[in-house]
Design a protein around this ligand. Structure first.
Ligand SMILES: Nc1ncnc2c1ncn2[C@@H]1O[C@H](COP(=O)(O)OP(=O)(O)OP(=O)(O)O)[C@@H](O)[C@H]1O
Ligand SMILES: [Mg+2]
Length: 282
């Protein structure tokens, strides 16, 4: 309630989410921690790891090495263990057996290094969009003026500069997801773990979010693990795609680049898409 009366001149007009603003976004004068400066992506490695809850193994003997800065997408049927995998990478669940490391060191719990984005709206409803984005910056001890500037810049990058002072319930579901993305990236995490973040959005908004995600991730350096039900979303976003089935990790495949929506012409893409759908039993 109180945050909406803050007095920062949030006047600049919105920038469109998908214009090429790569060169222009580092507008924070002379600071090392501009929103666009890259982080060192982290390596996440599971070795012979069994994942799940005690007495209920969801995924057995998973070997998976996620390289710094890559976008790994994860697909698999409902209940197969995608969220379990993500929670394990977040440090919220410990492997039942085997190991998990971050850059070669045992991963023992949650860390601000690894940001989580969920499908459900996790914004604080009583804080303005800007105040929500400022949260991880405050946790990192960034000064008040600096975090204002960075939050404003992040909101502009996701096309919500003009809405910075709104409360979450005053903007759409797609816009709230954009704020969540801005908030996750504002904390300059070395890994971003996303669990069906666009699952509740209509097809058009979703496609726009995919483009926006690609754009805002560019140059961040962060490692990304992105869980989705949607094979085409996974093939569009990923550098690699991991296929899960009840019980385990079936395969990890490289996705041809450059990134293209759909797989209409390229035989390699068509074959990959067919393989993925076949191994998912759809
Ligand atoms: N809190 C919990 N306690 C016990 N078992 C759980 C819990 N959460 C999930 N499970 C079980 O673990 C298995 C994997 O669940 P998980 O949520 O990882 O699947 P998922 O692939 O993310 O599914 P969805 O696509 O529906 O989100 C399921 O069998 C599920 O019933
Ligand atoms: Mg899930």
């Amino acid at each position: 309630m109180s945050t909406s009366s803050e007095t920062v001149p949030d006047t600049p007009p919105v920038t469109a989410p998908s214009t090429s603003s790569k060169a222009g976004r580092g507008s924070t004068p002379g600071t090392a921690a501009t929103p666009g400066s890259p982080v060192r992506g982290t390596r996440l490695t599971l070795t012979g790891a069994s994942l799940g809850r005690p007495g209920a193994t969801a995924l057995d003997k998973v070997d998976l090495d996620i390289a710094p800065g890559e976008i790994l997408t994860v697909v698999g049927p409902s209940g197969c263990g995608k969220s379990t995998l993500l929670r394990t990478l977040a440090g919220l669940l410990a492997p039942l057996a085997g190991g998990i490391t971050q850059d070669g060191q045992p991963l023992t719990g949650p860390s601000a290094d690894r940001a989580l984005v969920f499908q459900e709206d996790a914004l604080l409803p009583w804080r303005t969009l800007r105040a929500n984005v400022e949260l991880p910056l405050a946790i990192r001890g960034v000064s008040r003026s600096e975090r204002r500037e960075q939050a404003r810049s992040w909101l502009e990058r996701v096309g919500l500069g003009a809405q910075a002072r709104q409360l979450p319930h005053r903007v759409s579901g797609g816009q709230r997801q954009r704020v969540q993305l801005a908030r996750a990236l504002a904390g300059r995490p070395r890994a971003v773990l996303m669990d069906e973040p666009f699952g509740a959005l209509d097809a058009q908004t979703r496609a726009g979010m995919q483009d926006l995600l690609v754009e805002v991730l560019q140059g961040t350096g962060a490692t990304v693990v992105f869980v989705t039900h949607d094979v085409d979303e996974a093939l569009f976003l990923g550098d690699r795609i991991a296929l899960l089935r009840a019980g385990g990790l079936v395969a990890v495949r490289d996705i041809p680049r450059p990134r293209e929506r759909g797989a209409h012409d390229d035989p390699a893409r068509v074959a990959l898409r067919r393989d993925v759908l076949t191994s998912l039993g759809t």
